[in-house]
Design a protein around this ligand. Structure first.
Ligand code: 0CJ
Ligand code: F3S
Length: 322
């Protein structure tokens, strides 16, 4: 044993599982890669394909150009829509401009879009539980005419909400919300509007739920929790909150190992580590390596479930050579 290892302060890392990429993120990134293979660079991407700076920078190096609006894309280059979904007006506009487009909206977000449409067709007024300004919320609200969907962000907003007819009401949710906060809002809605129609099956997706469960399982034991993910990533921010609520003494969202302030480790012996659904696994490995360079690390998996979800690619990019 080297002198450094012998003297290194012990650190237990509780590694959350599942963590990191979900099936929708994996699919969305592959869509951009395949589109570049098929059509060559540049391929335009409307909004960050997923909310992660490392993913975006890597795809830029491959030839992706990220823009916020379709109007910024030339009509003779393909465009990919991000995993978060887009208002109906976006593909409509792309078709009008004769553009090639590939929709990388996660199938679980599309499912919520279909559900909202079904409620609208049944003449129900729709409540969307979510965060204002988030692209998924803009996309889901944009499936239906203005005024058809009311956004509710918290329990206080339930108290203020007055539907036209409480017997013809339904709710849907953003896919990446806190499971517990959402349950509270749903509880308040159901108490006020007992006839409100819920989703057929939970709208918060499997990946969000599992990553929060894993953080709950290790939170109480963690002196410090590090969540790898970008500042714009809603599901990653939720993991910090869930960890703190589960008992972690401190928690931080970091883009990568460079985001660590090593003074956070003063006096701690147990680190909880996870990654949001848009954060690549090599960033987790780099954080572990950075810890191993400073401490005598013992790694322990905290696995709450295993995931085997895979989403098919859209046919147009399924075989890049077509
Ligand atoms: O909205 C989604 C379909 C989730 C995509 C993956 O995560 P991320 O970080 O890009 O997006 P959120 O901000 O929604 O968590
Ligand atoms: Fe889809 Fe959930 Fe991931 S909605 S993109 S599987 S976080």
């Amino acid at each position: 044993m080297s002198e450094v290892t012998a003297l290194a302060r012990p650190l237990t890392i509780l590694l959350a599982a599942p963590r990191g990429f979900c099936a929708g993120v994996d699919r969305a990134i592959q869509i951009v890669e395949r589109a570049i293979e098929k059509w060559g660079a540049p391929v335009y991407v409307r909004h960050e394909i997923v909310h992660n700076v490392h993913v975006v920078e890597r795809l830029k190096r491959l030839g992706a150009v990220f823009v916020e609006e379709l109007a910024e894309c030339p009509t003779d280059r393909p465009v990919v829509f991000s995993a978060h979904g887009v208002p109906k007006s976006v593909p409509e506009e792309a078709s009008r401009r004769n553009m090639i487009y590939v929709d990388a909206t996660c199938p679980l977000v599309s499912k919520v879009h279909v559900e909202a449409q079904r409620h609208f067709d049944a003449e129900r007024e729709i409540v969307l539980i979510g965060h204002a300004g988030h692209p998924e919320v803009i996309g889901t609200m944009g499936q239906l005419p203005q005024g058809a969907v009311t956004l509710i962000q918290d329990v206080a907003e339930v108290a203020d909400f007055q539907p036209k007819d409480a017997r013809k009401l339904a709710f849907v949710t953003q896919t990446t919300l806190s499971v517990d906060d959402t349950a509270e809002i749903v509880g308040a809605l159901q108490a006020k509007f007992p006839e409100i129609s819920p989703p057929h099956k939970e709208d918060i997706c499997y990946a969000t739920t599992n990553r929060q469960e894993a953080v709950k399982a290790l939170g109480a034991k963690a002196d410090l929790l590090l969540v790898i993910g970008s500042k714009t990533s809603s599901n990653s921010i939720r993991l910090v909150e869930v960890g703190l609520r589960a008992g972690a003494k401190a928690a931080h969202l970091i883009d990568d190992a460079h985001g660590i302030d090593w003074s956070w480790f003063d006096g701690i012996s147990t680190l909880g580590l996870t990654a949001g659904a848009s954060a690549p696994e090599d960033l987790v490995e780099a954080v572990i390596a950075a810890c191993q360079a400073r401490f005598g690390v013992t790694l322990q998996d905290v696995e709450v479930t295993r995931e085997d979800v895979i989403f098919k690619l859209p046919r147009v990019v399924a075989t890049a050579q077509d």
